[in-house]
Design a protein around this ligand. Structure first.
Ligand SMILES: [Zn+2]
Length: 73
C-alpha cells in the first residue's frame, strides 16, 4: 500500500506585506457647494454619486458637517 504524502503548498503563509499594504480606495467626494450664496464654502462631504447611475436620477442628500452644525441640502 502506497501512501502519497502530498505537500500542502496551499497552506504557505503569504509573505509579510506590512510594508505594501493596499491603500484604501479613497472615493472622491461630491464637493457640491451649498445652494445658498452665503454658504458656498460649505461643500458636500458625501461620496461622489455613482457615475453609472442613469440620467435623471435625483441627487443624493448633500451633507456637510461643520463642527456642531450639520448642513443638509
Ligand atoms: Zn453631494
Amino acid at each position: 500500500m502506497t501512501t502519497k504524502a502530498k505537500a500542502k503548498a496551499d497552506d504557505e503563509t503569504p509573505q509579510d506585506i506590512s510594508e505594501a499594504q493596499p491603500t484604501e480606495v479613497t472615493q472622491s467626494l461630491c464637493g457640491k457647494p451649498h445652494f445658498l450664496p452665503a454658504l458656498t464654502h460649505v461643500t458636500c462631504t458625501q461620496p461622489e454619486p455613482d457615475p453609472d447611475l442613469p440620467p435623471g436620477t435625483p441627487d443624493h442628500q448633500h451633507q456637510h458637517l461643520d463642527g456642531d452644525a450639520l448642513y443638509i441640502w
